[in-house]
Design a protein around this ligand. Structure first.
Ligand SMILES: [Ca+2]
Ligand SMILES: [Ca+2]
Ligand SMILES: [Ca+2]
Ligand SMILES: [Ca+2]
Length: 236
């Protein structure tokens, strides 16, 4: 695992842990409640305006308003409601699983675009300059982050740190790909060159052989040679 990957994963774990505290903040609770008038819109409505959809709360604890948002059954730093949103149960997500190795955890990609490998990292649903996946890691959904959260109080926002790690890892992968391509080209040259030289030598040798054989054949069938066995005195 690269230094970038290790650093990014550490930060990811810190950020998902921070989301537990973020859930209950007054700013989050300020979102207007959506009335749930029928079971048909249950996935979209949030009766208690805590950002946890009624449908998710029902899975968590049986009613539309019973969850606090800080529940984390498997203690992996990803709140239960985020795991349910990502993959359907309270224990299915893993902050360290990144199937395509792009630095975005599978569970965040699932929330951003529906599969574990679909995100490019550029998605920004609310156009606030904070990528969707970073918002998911910081606070659980694609629009919840202000971009100013600073968990470790180092003066650099969590969003900026996550983006830097992601960009650095992306650049490192691009460089590795270029290096691999260059190495492959070099290897190809070292293989092709001998083959080409070998073919050239073989060709030259073949030409030389054919030339010699042609000369030998010409010599064997030349008039002088052909006349040698002839007895010039036969008629005498
Ligand atoms: Ca709710
Ligand atoms: Ca969890
Ligand atoms: Ca990924
Ligand atoms: Ca955004």
């Amino acid at each position: 695992m690269s230094v970038f990957s290790r650093a990014l994963r550490v930060l990811l774990i810190i950020c998902v842990a921070a989301s537990l505290a973020f859930i209950g903040s007054p700013a989050v609770a300020a979102e207007p409640a959506q009335a749930c008038t029928s079971t048909g819109d249950a996935a979209a409505c949030d009766s208690d305006a805590d950002r946890l959809p009624d449908s998710v709360e029902r899975v968590m604890c049986g009613t539309a308003t019973c969850a606090t948002g800080v529940e984390d059954l498997d203690a992996d730093g990803i709140p239960d409601w985020v795991e349910i949103t990502a993959c359907g149960s309270t224990t299915c997500a893993d902050p360290n699983t990144d199937s395509d190795g792009d630095g975005i955890p599978d569970y965040a990609e699932q929330i951003v675009c529906g599969t574990t490998t679909c995100a490019t990292g550029d998605e920004d649903r609310d156009g606030d300059g904070v990528s969707d996946w970073i918002e998911v890691v910081i606070c659980g959904d694609t629009t919840c982050s202000t971009g100013t959260e600073d968990l470790n109080h180092d003066g650099i926002s969590d969003a900026a740190q996550l983006k830097k790690f992601f960009d650095d890892a992306k650049a490192a992968r691009a460089k590795a790909a270029r290096d691999a391509a260059a190495a492959l080209a070099h290897t190809g040259l070292t293989v092709v060159l001998p083959i080409g030289l070998g073919a050239l030598l073989l060709s030259g040798g073949l030409v030389l052989y054919l030339t010699r054989r042609k000369k030998q054949s010409a010599t064997e069938t030349s008039p002088d040679t052909a006349d040698e066995p002839t007895d010039t005195n036969a008629g005498e």
